[in-house]
Ligand binder design. Structure first.
Ligand SMILES: [Zn+2]
Length: 430
């Protein structure tokens, strides 16, 4: 078993808790001093950071939501001046207001350490060639992997997503041994290999890290069989660095959370009470090492369970179960967060009226397909059928352009959406 940082990854629970308490005390002091949002929240509950003496007290602090972060767009959640920030990333622009996340030099170093633990944990060494097939842009994902792989000393190919045939050529000719991508891209590459007649045995791939969208055991088997590799899950969110937050070790029994950097809680998303280990609920993350963009009790919207039992790999950091669902209306499809309100705004702008609609996601032929189902009210009835067709085509084009991939648009009878559900996820992950 390979560890990047054995002392930390395998430290006993008492030491983890001590580290968390000290890290949290320092973080609370810093955010109280430097971030108006936290200062206001803490004053409202009459809380002073110096009163924080035990980890049990965390449950009394207020939550932080994605909306809080966007309300403070762009820089009001930063706990350091901008001149100390060396990198800026944003969350998906599909949210109403994006969120800007800053990193100091120390944050970057910590991020590299976290993703290096992930990569080393699944067997990546300095002898490996790591092909990163994630889109390099303002989202943080591929950059975190790059930092970790370079810290280990591997050779990095910043390939970006798309261009599957070129990717397969690079994979074969550059002797790629590690692939990092979304599972959808991995399956696209397997298909491209088949189309090109490339035998997976002729490649030097040994493992792959996949994430940024929900994927189950069936997809894992397909990816492992298609490439002859071991495929593991990696979890992160841009608000909290990106990749490196939690990842599967070779035991594949949950994703280890780096507890020397994050405190994880599971809450009931309705009552907001903290749930005991083993119960499914919303993952809440508190950062204890981040300088530029610390988060106290950030509600991720992701549903999972937590397990504090030591893992067979020897690591003591707790594990969360694989994440397939969210507790809000956000759909994660093809690595993109799809927010119904945002789609509603596009439909209103494109159609000139507010349609009643539902987003339906299905998985067919290894691909997620998103359908925008709209109730055909009298606004859709024209003297000529071609006018209706043109309107539907326009809606289809606008939404597809916004997301960057094709969606389907379908009209249904008025009154179909009696339940008022905005999203229906028909994908099965187990
Ligand atoms: Zn493990």
């Amino acid at each position: 078993m390979t560890y990047w940082n054995e002392r930390t990854e395998c430290m006993d629970r008492e030491a983890v808790c001590q580290l968390q308490l000290e890290g949290l005390q320092a973080t609370l002091n810093r955010v109280y001093k430097n971030v108006r949002h936290y200062r206001k929240l803490f004053r409202e509950i009459d809380f002073m950071p110096e009163d924080f003496t035990s980890l049990d007290m965390l449950k009394n602090l207020p939550f932080l939501t994605r909306r809080d972060l966007s309300r403070n767009y762009p820089y009001d959640m930063f706990a350091v001046p901008l001149r100390e920030v060396v990198r800026l990333h944003t969350t998906s622009f599909n949210f109403e207001e994006p969120v800007v996340i800053g990193f100091t030099g120390n944050d970057m170093a910590n991020w590299a350490e976290l993703t290096a633990r992930n990569l080393a944990g699944v067997g990546v060494t300095r002898d490996d060639v790591v092909q990163i097939a994630l889109t390099f842009g303002t989202m943080s994902g591929p950059f975190g992997i790059q930092l970790g792989a370079e810290l280990i000393g591997s050779s990095v190919i910043p390939m970006s997503a798309g261009k599957y045939k070129e990717q397969v050529k690079v994979m074969r000719d550059f002797k790629t041994s590690v692939l990092v991508s979304t599972p959808t891209v991995a399956l696209g590459l397997i298909q491209a290999m088949e189309d090109l007649g490339v035998d997976p045995n002729s490649l030097t791939l040994k493992c792959g890290l996949f994430g940024a969208e929900p994927w189950g055991e069936k997809m894992r088997s397909e990816i492992e069989a298609g490439f002859f590799i071991t495929a593991t899950d990696t979890y992160g969110l841009t608000e909290v660095f990106g990749p490196g937050v939690a990842w599967e070790c070779p035991a594949k029994k949950g994703l280890h959370i780096a507890e020397d950097h994050f405190i994880a809680e599971i809450i009931d998303p309705e009552t907001l009470e903290v749930l005991p280990p083993g119960r499914e609920g919303e993952l809440v993350i508190t950062t204890i090492g981040k300088e530029a963009f610390p988060l106290i009790r950030f509600r991720t919207g992701d549903l999972t369970r937590i397990d504090f039992e030591p893992c067979e790999c020897g690591r003591t950091h707790c594990r969360i179960s694989r994440i397939f669902k969210r507790c809000d209306d956000v759909l994660v499809v093809r690595g993109t967060s799809v927010v119904p309100d945002q789609i509603g705004r596009i439909l209103s702008q494109a159609g000139g009226f507010e349609p009643s609609f539902q987003l339906v996601v299905d998985r067919a032929e290894d691909k997620d397909r998103l359908m925008v189902v709209i109730e055909a009210t009298d606004k859709f009835f024209f003297d000529e059928m071609k006018k209706q067709r043109r309107l539907v085509e326009n809606l289809h084009r606008q939404v597809s352009e916004f997301l960057g991939w094709e969606v389907d648009v379908r009209l249904v009878e008025p009154g179909t959406f009696e339940t008022g559900e905005k999203v229906v996820d028909n994908r099965e992950f187990d």
